[in-house]
Design a protein around this ligand. Structure first.
Ligand code: SF4
Length: 89
């Protein structure tokens, strides 16, 4: 059964659909790579997932815009990978 996206991930997915995120390197990738800690997920798996996300961010042409938008969203949504940075809760 598919997992429901976290609030943070839902916010991320919604932003990806906006004009601000046009050209994002993560468009078309699994958004779950960018989610924060997932309940019950082994730390090793989370780190591997985030490494994949960071690799995608590393060649993203809108990385700075992504970081700027990340600062504008409510603090409790800010975990996960945004703009090439891993944010914890
Ligand atoms: S910097 Fe990373 S998370 Fe942000 S839009 Fe680009 S690929 Fe997506």
């Amino acid at each position: 059964m598919a997992r429901s996206p976290s609030e943070s991930l839902s916010e991320f997915i919604a932003l990806l659909a906006t004009d601000d995120f046009r050209g994002a390197a993560c468009a078309g990738q699994s958004p779950y790579l960018f989610d924060g800690a997932i309940e019950g997920e082994p730390v090793k798996s989370r780190r591997a997932r985030h490494q994949r996300a960071l690799k995608i961010c590393s060649h993203c042409p809108i990385k700075q815009r992504c970081r700027d938008r990340h600062e504008q969203i409510p603090r409790h949504y800010r975990h996960g990978v945004w703009g090439g940075i891993v944010y914890s809760r």
